[in-house]
Design a protein around this ligand. Structure first.
Ligand code: AMP
Length: 115
């Protein structure tokens, strides 16, 4: 845990969040500023700041984020219509919280490429 990390505090239950999924390695909660009818953030319990900080031993943890994403999509009823699972890396791509998180977005038509 990183003591000054917002998402570590959510994992620890120190800051409230609308948690919708938990596993041994991942937690997911609703984004506070939803950009689509379904907008969840899937995070590893382990503090990893950016994609650039992922190590080979994190492979199973990273895989577990996608297992969470597909289960959230199925639960939300958007799995068949389609959804996006995307992770921003560093400020230039829009990352604002430096604990990696997979955005799971769906429930509306999503354009491509993203802005
Ligand atoms: P990013 O800009 O890719 O780093 O995404 C960070 C996301 O975290 C944004 O979509 C924010 O709306 C969301 N966010 C920030 N603080 C919270 C919070 N306390 N609970 C839920 N979502 C949050």
């Amino acid at each position: 845990m990183s003591s000054d990390c917002l998402f570590c505090k959510i994992v620890a239950g120190e800051i409230p969040a609308d948690v919708i999924y938990e596993s041994d390695t991942a937690v997911a909660f609703r984004d506070i500023n939803a950009q689509a009818p379904t907008h969840a953030l899937v995070i590893p319990r382990k503090h990893i700041s950016t994609i650039n900080d992922i190590e080979p031993e994190d492979q199973a943890v990273i895989g577990s984020l996608y297992i969470a994403a597909k289960e959230i999509a199925a639960e939300a009823g958007i799995a068949d219509d389609g959804y996006r699972a995307v992770m921003n890396c560093n400020e230039g791509a829009g990352q604002s919280v430096f604990h990696i998180h997979l955005h799971v977005l769906g429930g509306r038509t999503l354009s491509w490429p993203p802005g």
